[in-house]
Design a protein around this ligand. Structure first.
Ligand SMILES: C[S@@+](CC[C@H](N)C(=O)[O-])C[C@H]1O[C@@H](n2cnc3c(N)ncnc32)[C@H](O)[C@@H]1O
Length: 206
């Protein structure tokens, strides 16, 4: 195997499409991501009446937290191992309350206007068709639906750390705002912090 292929395999196995026993164990308890989960829950202010969607749910930790509040939830991830890990995590919860799908975020397997709130943590930087994915999230949200996302912004610190190692796709706050606007969102807030985390929030117009 050549070096470029080995690097792609490493990126896939550990983060872009995590699979195998190390990935299952890591994403079952992704300690480095807990802060982003808190940010998203704070932005969305979920209530019992929400129908929640998560894009790229990994091992399901944020999903489980959301299900402590909302009545119903759904999630998608293109890694079958991550969906299995998330299913395991939700074992104590009534399966009628959630719908987990293995699939690509570029084509969400739900009808228009299905959800009132959506979140995505630490995955958008792997997405190859960012505008299409945002369009899909907007499509499946009901009018007034909220969307919150944590990804990596365009910063030198990000680039010299994970950005380069993982070939991450990053966008300036202005570029991200523009994509959200093109997807039909309003009340858009995009802010990159010093740590290179980019926090995004937007709503679908009523
Ligand atoms: C770095 S992990 C983050 C997992 C979880 N959100 C967290 O914060 O712990 C990225 C996740 O996004 C998923 N993912 C990446 N691109 C995807 C795509 N196009 N469609 C669906 N899932 C995707 C990966 O399989 C992986 O589980």
């Amino acid at each position: 195997m050549n070096i470029a292929k080995a690097r792609q395999n490493f990126i896939d196995r550990t983060a872009r499409k995590p699979h195998g026993s190390w990935a299952k164990k890591t994403y079952n308890d992704p300690k480095a991501h807990y802060k982003s989960f808190d940010i998203l829950l704070d932005k969305l202010q979920l209530t019992q009446d929400d129908c929640y969607l998560e894009i790229g749910c990994g091992g399901g930790v944020l999903l489980e937290k959301a299900l402590q509040v909302v009545a119903n939830a759904a999630a998608i991830d293109h890694s079958a191992d991550m969906i299995a890990t998330a299913n395991n995590k939700l074992i104590e919860i009534n399966p009628d309350r959630y719908d987990l799908k293995t699939g690509d975020a570029v084509k969400l397997p739900w009808d228009n206007d299905s959800f009132t709130a959506a979140a995505s943590a630490n995955m958008f930087f792997f997405v190859e068709q960012p505008q299409e994915v945002l369009n899909e999230i907007s499509r499946v949200l009901q009018p007034g639906g909220r969307f919150a996302m944590v990804t990596m912004g365009k910063s030198l610190l990000g680039k010299i750390t994970f950005g380069w190692l993982y070939s991450l796709r990053t966008y300036s706050d202005k570029e991200m705002s523009k994509m959200l606007e093109q997807a039909g969102f309003t009340k858009i807030e995009v802010k990159s912090g010093l740590s290179s985390t980019q926090v995004c929030y937007a709503e679908k117009p009523e």
